[in-house]
Design a protein around this ligand. Sequence first.
Ligand code: NCD
Ligand code: ZN
Length: 356
Amino acid sequence: MTTNTELIIRRPDDWHLHLRDGSMMSAVLPYSSADFGRAIIMPNILPPVTTMEQATRYHRRIVKATPDQHDFKPLMTFYLTESTRADDIEQAASSGLIKAVKLYPAGATTNSESGVQDIKKVMPVLEKMAEIGLPLLVHGEVADSNIDIFDREAVFIDTVLDPLRRSLPQLRIVMEHVTTKTGVQYIISSDKNLAATITAHHLIINRNDILAGGIRPHYYCLPVAKREKHRLALREAVVSGDSRFFFGSDSAPHIDGTKECGCGCAGIFTAINALECLATVFEQENRLDKLEAFVSLNGPKFYGLLPNTSKIRLYKTCDHAGQPEKIQTRDGYVTVFDPMFLIYWHVENIVNDKIY
Ligand code: NCD
Ligand code: ZN
């Protein structure tokens, strides 16, 4: 095997990850903890993480399920409901355990039923967050059935996000998994209090991949992938080096039976190959030099944290790295994201100058 190209970068982080719970968590977590130093853990488990006690217990379960040899720190979040209290948020943030609060518009996506229907009801909490500098992570789509699913991000920006930013400009907000050119432009035109995560899969698939020539449930996630011009705008954003864009995989495993059915659920499992997919994308764009900023530097900068000290080595070989089509969990099989290109990149951890 000849090595064609290699890249040594700070250990990356994943700023948007669904780890689930129980046996699903045990099955998927080691893929994230192998490659990523930290991850922002989404709180949309059942029941959602809304109290310190739940967050503490969930954190403990994650730490317990992490393989001993992996250097991985879960960063916990709260799930915002209309009954969340500003005092509880302040206490959770000052404990150091809670790093952000997630806003799901009620009904927008998987396990979002307890989310927010009327943003006015959570204003006292948002005001407190603005005061203490705790970031709000938004699932940036309206859940209104009258709004076309491909327009829901743009409508969210116009009707929820922009008015919120005008009334509370000090609030630090991450627009999670941005999928449109409109979203990218909105971030670029905003100030440093607004940032966005971008997934690996939205850099690779467009809506044809889900729907043309047959329906492919394993490319269905929310926000749904859009037209090609949007995918290209996302690619431009990630290689631009603009520090307001950083990586959040939104790896969201579901067992195959719940996706391959009459009403399949949303979510793509990428934790296993996200980094190799990203290296391929940045190489395709001839901007491998910008990969470290996107996966390892921009996120910590927004969250006021230092980048990881350890490093990883990404190297390319002439042989493509095979990836499993599915992984097995005790609940059933989970299909792995297929990027539709062969992956020639491999990841190695470097700890104290030793390669693992
Ligand atoms: C996520 C899930 O399955 O929890 N699904 C998805 O399609 N991304 C929820 C979410 O982040 O929207
Ligand atoms: Zn998500």
